[in-house]
Design a protein around this ligand. Structure first.
Ligand code: B12
Ligand code: SF4
Length: 473
């Protein structure tokens, strides 16, 4: 009999994030979870004798009641669930529900939270396995062991499992160096027309990945100083062509730094251009890796928007964050983008350690100066195990490791603390909402927004977004 594997993006009912930005995101669009699709596609390709089903509850609007019915009907041997720290409460619930709905099912949690806290995640009720780090090969090997009468889980790198009352965490698996060995995600495993982006012209937007890792040092980020690895241009182009032939015209690259490696980037863009595709795509990049030639080439290849981690307009805070860029570099790049016709999106952070409310409001002047017409503002929140969290702990701003408490005992009542300072969480959230409102209602942004509306879908999306910005609750 075929082994049946169910891979799940759990319903988001107990999301623990706290920023107003999230409220704007929620309900607005559905983004693919690339990690679980990579895991599913690798398994399907390497073990065709196994039945693989992917259930994206967030995209399909499936709640726990419906999820329970799917598990009961499908009767999976193994349920793999993805989670970042902010969705772990729902992932654990999905794991327990799987076990109560079909007791023979074993469960496995993978994703960023399990990577940070493998033992703590495995210790939760209803979890049989955890996969930490990159999951494709580890999960494939786990399934191979499950096929045997007595699986040798001890030899699977990157896996945690239970042996009687003991929790066993195996050594980590080395990173995949040659990303071309990983088949690109098969979006037919999900209903990919559900994935969209509010700022896209097109209804369907697919996520792609051309590299992994980032050598830079921003202290708020989990990816800092990780090994940068790339896919070949040939493999990337064939993936784009594959989806293009099936009617997809809009893409976004999830790479932390799509523009890393100048020659590689130019090569990808020239090849895309040569194919004369009518596509648009969005990327994320650092301003210090951009110049006119890169922007021009990106534009010719179909790039319509670049997300930049601008963070702040103050050199002192950029230094604190070890961002390695200057406000002037950002200003120059935003001007270049405007000249060339690529949208530049500014990711901003408010309430950095010691930042006054006046300084926060003055970020609006900086954004006006650089001509930003898209921005998001998040209140600086030290994420688990980041260098920022560690620094604030060592400096005594944070008194104890509340993330560790949360990892030991994840509950939906947990409220993510902000950087301790002179403002209360409520004051900061009000400032954040006010700054967001002031930014999007400023004349230069409003005029820009009206000019760019091309179709009814964009008009409705903009109205919806506007209402959420004005009344985030
Ligand atoms: C693209 C992206 C997004 C997109 C898409 C989200 C998504 N869930 O895919 C958007 C913009 C929507 C987003 C939102 C958020 N994101 Co985000 N995001 C990323 C980014 C840049 C890439 C993710 C990605 O697709 N990677 C490529 C895939 C292939 O890798 P992967 O997801 O890690 O999956 C691998 C393994 O984790 C594992 N795996 C994953 N799932 C499973 C499941 C099983 C069963 C198994 C076996 C293995 C497994 O195997 C996969 C293949 O190797 C990462 C940074 C990074 N480079 O990882 C941050 C990152 C994941 N995001 C982060 C955060 C904080 C968020 C938000 C909370 C931000 C906010 N305040 O709103 C939200 C959460 C949304 C959500 N519900 O998940 C943090 C997570 C930190 C943490 N401790 O959890 C990261 C690490 C960035 C950071 N700050 O350092 N994000
Ligand atoms: S924020 Fe971006 S540039 Fe900085 S370390 Fe993280 S991924 Fe790299």
């Amino acid at each position: 009999m075929k082994l049946k594997i169910l891979l799940v993006v759990p319903p988001e009912e107990s999301y623990i994030g706290a920023s107003a930005h999230q409220k704007v995101e929620k309900g607005r669009e559905s983004r693919p979870k690339l990690g679980i699709l990579y895991v599913a596609t690798y398994l399907k390709t390497h073990q065709p004798d196994v039945e693989v089903k992917v259930l994206d509850c967030t995209a399909e609007d499936i709640d726990f009641k419906q999820y329970k019915l799917v598990v009961r009907e499908y009767e999976p041997d193994l349920v793999g669930i993805t989670a970042v720290t902010f969705t772990i409460v729902d992932a654990l619930r999905a794991s327990e529900v799987a076990k109560t709905s079909f007791p023979q099912a074993r469960t496995c949690i993978g994703g960023f939270h399990a990577t940070l806290y493998p033992r703590e995640t495995l210790a939760q009720p209803g979890v049989d396995f955890v996969v930490f780090g990159e999951g494709e090969i580890t999960f494939d090997e786990l399934v191979r062991e499950l096929k045997k009468p007595i699986g040798e889980f001890k030899k699977v790198l990157g896996l945690g499992f239970r042996r009687g009352p003991d929790l066993v965490i195996n050594p980590s698996r080395p990173l995949v160096n040659n990303l071309d060995i990983l088949p690109y995600p098969d979006y037919h495993l999900v209903n990919f027309h559900k994935y969209s982006h509010v700022l896209s012209k097109d209804a369907t937007t697919l996520a792609l990945e051309s590299s992994r890792g980032c050598p830079f040092s921003c202290i708020f980020c989990d990816i800092r100083r990780t090994k940068f690895r790339i896919r070949s241009a040939g493999s990337i182009i064939s993936e784009v062509l594959h989806w293009y032939e099936q009617g997809v015209r809009s893409f976004f690259w999830v790479d932390d730094n799509f523009v890393m490696g100048r020659e590689r980037l130019l090569d990808i863009c020239y090849r895309l251009k040569k194919e004369s595709l009518k596509i648009d795509f969005k990327i994320s990049a650092r301003v210090d890796l951009i110049d006119r030639e890169i922007l021009k080439t990106l534009k010719d290849a179909g790039c319509t928007r670049i997300n930049f981690g601008v963070e702040t307009g103050y050199p002192k805070f950029l230094d604190y964050l070890q961002k390695g860029i200057t406000p002037q570099q950002t200003e120059d790049v935003f001007r270049l983008c405007k000249g060339i016709g690529i949208e530049a999106f500014a990711y901003m952070m408010l309430a950095l350690p010691g930042e006054t409310d006046q300084e926060m409001y003055d970020e609006l002047k900086y954004l006006r100066r650089i001509g930003a017409t898209y921005a998001s503002f998040s209140v600086c929140s030290p994420y688990p195990k980041t260098a920022l969290f560690q620094k604030l702990l060592e400096e005594g701003f944070i008194k104890h490791d509340y993330w560790q408490d949360f990892a030991n005992n994840p509950t939906k009542d947990f409220v993510m603390p902000l950087v301790p300072g002179e403002y209360s969480a409520e004051q900061l959230r009000n400032i954040q909402a006010d700054i967001m409102r002031k930014f999007y209602l400023s004349p230069h942004v409003l005029i820009h927004r009206l000019r760019e509306i091309r179709n009814l879908r964009q008009l409705l999306n903009n109205i919806r977004l506007g209402l959420k910005i004005l009344w985030p609750q």
